[in-house]
Design a binder for this molecule. Structure first.
Ligand SMILES: [Zn+2]
Length: 401
């Protein structure tokens, strides 16, 4: 499996596969790597609809941050800021510290806080944290944080009508001046330039923000939302608001309407929602593995099955968690005992939780409720809860985009 944060030689090893993926505009690689065009200094998602440069003019990057570090700016057409994040497969090879740090940075841990603060939270020295990130992700903590901020700002500039000042703060910049300077420096354009020639957007109800969260298809959406509560309360930083979520399968993204009051915690909120809806999963890998493990009929019924997370804490589920003592699972799998089910489940590693979810769905007699927008009320309280929000999911499945 190609990995955006795999050991150093990965790009060279996978270069040929990447070339083919770009030639085929293969959406399975969306968010797995990025391609920089050396003639234009623009970087794209592998599935970019623009005509791609010749092979010799392509450079491959593990992450958007690495492409930006090398002086490339994001394509205005395929919009790298909308790509899904890396799945658990890609993260499996990454040491725990780098995983945790990248997750926390994606959730805004360096917005208004120093690398030393983050290192202290993670219980390591600042130097160790920097070296670990550079070694594993090939960018420094500050570069990574800057890319997350810029890409969120780019997304808000294009997809919302928020004033530029509010875009700057919602993206984690500490001042408008700083935002303008960093944006111009990195993207070689004014922030306002992105607002010209924007495509028409559906208007959001009651002044809420309409944002989209991409995923790799397929997505067993109805099974997913029927496994989540109708409403949830999340606690962070004293902010509260409502959000609604719906799927747009033709566009391969989930549409989220976020109340404006949630703007100050937008970055951790987006990262958390990606975890709760398991949007960074790589179904091509998971479905093929479980099918080969004897679950092909269930995979065919629920292609792209996802693990519902915890809405209250915005945590993701662990991809390999498995409780063989559950009688319903034993029955669904046709096992006579927990021991037999446990032995059977070895074939499903490291995706045993997905197997369990499929088995659960197969015995679930509840009729599926037709898909409709789901509203969750989100109440955010207590300053220290940012830690709760970005709390590591032990499997490392939840590196957010
Ligand atoms: Zn592009």
């Amino acid at each position: 499996m190609v990995s955006a944060v795999a050991p150093k030689s990965a790009p060279a090893l996978h270069r040929e596969a990447y070339q083919l993926a770009v030639d085929a505009r293969d959406a399975r690689f969306d968010g797995v790597f990025y391609v920089g065009i050396t003639t234009t200094r623009v970087y794209c998602r592998p599935c970019c609809p623009s005509r791609m440069a010749y092979h010799q003019h392509r450079r491959f990057f593990d992450s958007a941050a690495a492409a930006e570090r090398a002086g490339f700016r994001p394509c205005l057409r395929c919009r790298p800021e909308l790509a899904p994040g890396r799945g658990a497969t890609a993260l499996a090879a990454v040491p725990r510290l780098a995983q945790l740090a990248t997750q926390r940075i994606a959730a805004g841990a360096l917005n208004g806080h120093s690398v030393a603060d983050l290192a202290a939270q993670l219980g390591v020295s600042e130097r160790h944290l920097r070296r670990s990130l550079v070694r594993e992700v090939r960018v420094s903590p500050l570069d990574l944080a800057r890319t997350h901020r810029l890409l969120l700002a780019k997304r808000l500039l294009v997809d919302t009508d928020l004033p530029v000042t509010r875009v700057a703060y919602a993206s984690g910049f500490q001042s408008l001046r700083r935002f303008n300077a960093v944006f111009r420096d990195q993207y070689r354009m004014q922030p306002s330039a992105l607002r010209r020639n924007r495509p028409a957007r559906p208007s959001a109800p009651d002044g809420s923000l309409r944002l989209t969260l991409s995923y790799r298809r397929p997505l067993a959406w109805e099974a997913l939302i029927n496994s989540l509560p109708q409403e949830g309360t999340v606690a962070i930083e004293g902010h509260s608001g409502i959000l609604s979520v719906d799927n747009s399968p033709a566009d391969e993204h989930v549409v989220v309407h976020i109340g404006e009051s949630l703007l100050p915690v937008l970055m951790p909120l987006i990262a958390g929602l990606r975890r709760v809806f398991d949007l960074d999963a790589e179904p091509a890998v998971i479905d093929a593995h479980l099918s080969a493990g004897g679950l092909e009929s269930l995979v065919a019924r629920w292609p792209g099955v996802r693990l519902p997370g915890k809405l209250e804490t915005l945590e993701g589920a662990q991809p390999d968690a498995f409780n063989a003592n559950r009688r319903s699972l034993q029955r669904a799998a046709g096992a006579q005992s927990a021991r037999e089910l446990l032995a059977m489940s070895e074939r499903w590693r490291p995706w045993r939780a997905y197997a369990a979810q499929l088995l659960r769905l197969s015995v679930d007699s509840l009729p599926f409720i037709p898909t409709s927008p789901r509203r969750f009320s989100v109440r955010l309280t207590a300053a220290s809860d940012l830690d709760v929000l970005v709390q590591p999911v032990k499997c490392g499945s939840c590196r957010s985009s």
